[in-house]
Design a binder for this molecule. Structure first.
Ligand code: F6R
Length: 369
């Protein structure tokens, strides 16, 4: 049932090309226009959306942060992302034109469910991005976008994360299409690039051995830091979470720009720092600022490990190890840059002899608040 892999986690990491492909499958009609699954909100109602609030926990919330960058960029609708368990305790401002998007693999996370219920009571329209057909959150939501990623057995989320990000892109493009915010040619270009992602993930999986070798070498490391910027920021957070939950190593993710506001004080000789580097073809100065961050931590003794776009020559000189990922649009990069971090955490935990499918103290679905 593990399909020849040692763990479900490894199997699910390797299923990611298919998970992304299946999330994309059958989302366009004969005219090439995007369609969504179970939309019990009318297109007119969706068009009126004045604000989106994304609610989720853990890994799903990091997918939500990626969603924010993409949806705001494509639709110009303001997007807030909030941990579901914080949401209703702050008296949030919600009305009928607020679209609350919950993201949940299981569809049973109690914190997320309670936040969705609260939002509904306040009059918001609710849309669920979910992997589990017929689970509670999608049943209670006005609309559903299913991931179709197949069951995720390992406690730590991997393929569902990439599928959530993919589904969020589809939602953003759908809203942009409804509101006439992007030309149909722009939407089909982005969709075409999305359809190329599964093969690119496969390239990363096929070249995973050096990442696993580094993980084995680093099994005794007591702490690892992760830096990212723009969509690389939630990827850094996700890389840190995977390492905490699987390998029980102290790991922290930071927005690279925060470094000089405090975290750089943590850097001492030999401190491993992963840096998720933005595309050199993206927004001007973003890439060079992150390269400066790599230099800054390295100058203070950090062991720098970078995840960068293929051909990014600027990072090599400042990196102890570089893992390249294939090129794609800057906003789509998390679908690629996440993968080396998942492989790293899984391999390191395995090297330490831990059960990667059942990490201590954790449950697959958190059904208490
Ligand atoms: C991390 C992880 C958790 C879940 C979180 C939300 O690997 O699995 O952080 O992402 O508990 O779960 P769902 O997506 O089922 O709502």
């Amino acid at each position: 049932e593990k399909g020849g892999y040692d763990s479900f986690m490894e199997k699910e990491i390797n299923e990611q090309p298919k998970a992304v492909e299946d999330t994309l499958l059958g989302r366009t009609d004969a005219q090439g226009r995007l369609t969504l699954d179970e939309l019990r909100i009318s297109p007119e109602q969706l068009k009126e959306t004045s604000k989106i609030i994304v609610l989720a926990c853990g890994t799903a919330a990091y997918a939500g942060t990626v969603a924010k960058y993409a949806i705001e960029h494509w639709t110009r609708i303001p997007v807030e992302v909030e941990l579901a368990h914080e949401f209703r305790y702050r008296d949030p401002i919600i009305d009928q034109t607020t679209l609350v998007v919950s993201i949940s693999q299981s569809g049973e996370t109690m914190d997320t469910l309670m936040a969705v219920r609260y939002a509904k009571e306040q009059g918001a329209r609710t849309l669920s991005i979910c992997n589990t057909n017929g689970s509670t959150i999608p049943r209670e939501s006005d609309a559903v976008l299913y991931l179709h990623a197949g069951p995720e057995i390992a406690v730590a989320s991997t393929k569902a994360f990439l599928a959530m990000i993919t589904a969020s892109y589809l939602l953003g493009l759908y809203l942009a299409q409804l509101r006439g915010q992007l030309f149909s040619g722009q939407i089909s270009d982005i969709l075409a690039d999305l359809h190329k992602i599964p093969a690119k993930i496969q390239t990363i999986l096929d070249g995973a051995e050096p990442i696993k070798a580094l993980a084995r070498d680093m099994a005794q490391t007591p702490s690892v830091l992760f830096l990212g910027r723009h969509v690389g920021f939630p990827v850094a957070m996700e890389g840190a979470l995977k390492l905490k939950e699987l390998a029980y190593i102290h790991a922290e993710g930071f927005a690279a720009g925060e470094l000089k506001h405090g975290p750089i004080a943590l850097i001492e000789e030999g401190q491993p720092v992963f840096v998720v580097v933005p595309s050199p073809r993206g927004r001007d100065s973003l890439h060079s600022k992150v390269v400066s961050n790599i230099q800054e931590v390295r100058a203070r003794g950090a062991k720098t490990i970078t995840v960068a776009e293929q051909g990014d020559a600027a990072v090599t000189e400042y990196s102890e190890n570089v893992f390249f990922v294939p090129e794609t649009q800057p906003l789509l990069m998390p679908l690629l840059t996440t993968v080396p971090l998942q492989i790293f955490a899984c391999a390191l935990a395995t090297e330490k002899g831990y059960d990667v499918d059942q990490p201590r103290n954790l449950a697959k679905s958190v059904t208490v608040e």
